[in-house]
Design a protein around this ligand. Structure first.
Ligand SMILES: [Cu+2]
Length: 131
């Protein structure tokens, strides 16, 4: 079979497209930039399974009161389903989760979304979970 009819060189935009998709991938993996809240985490010897955790949330150095707080847990490696639970306000800017489900040991990031009457504030904290 004769192949002389094929183009002798690859169009130059092929490699440019690969470079562009790599760039988008790197951007997508960057950590979130918005961090409105100072988050203090209280947890005792976190292990795989259910653990009580308490978060103190400060906004502009004051305890954040009366917010609706959702905690989303992600592991730092890919391929895990996130764990999302609503925390209960217990006063003084403190929010409690009676049984947060750590589904695997390793490094976790807890992303906090706190909704007040006027705004939605974000924050995060990290912890290691033992086997
Ligand atoms: Cu994992």
């Amino acid at each position: 079979m004769k192949l002389s009819g094929y183009p002798s060189r690859v169009p130059p935009h092929g490699s440019k497209l690969i470079a562009q998709s790599l760039f988008v991938f790197l951007i997508a993996c960057a950590p979130p930039q918005q961090n409105d809240l100072t988050v203090k985490l209280e947890v005792t010897n976190p292990k795989v399974g259910f653990a009580p955790i308490t978060l103190t949330l400060l906004y502009q150095n004051k305890p954040l009161e009366n917010a609706e707080v959702i905690v989303r847990g992600d592991m730092t490696h890919a391929g895990m389903a996130p764990v999302q639970q609503t925390a209960k306000a217990i006063g003084n800017g403190r929010y409690r989760l009676e049984a947060f489900h750590f589904t695997m040991s390793g490094d976790w990031v807890l992303s906090i979304t706190a909704k007040t009457n006027s705004k939605t504030l974000l924050g995060e904290t990290r912890l290691g979970v033992n086997p």
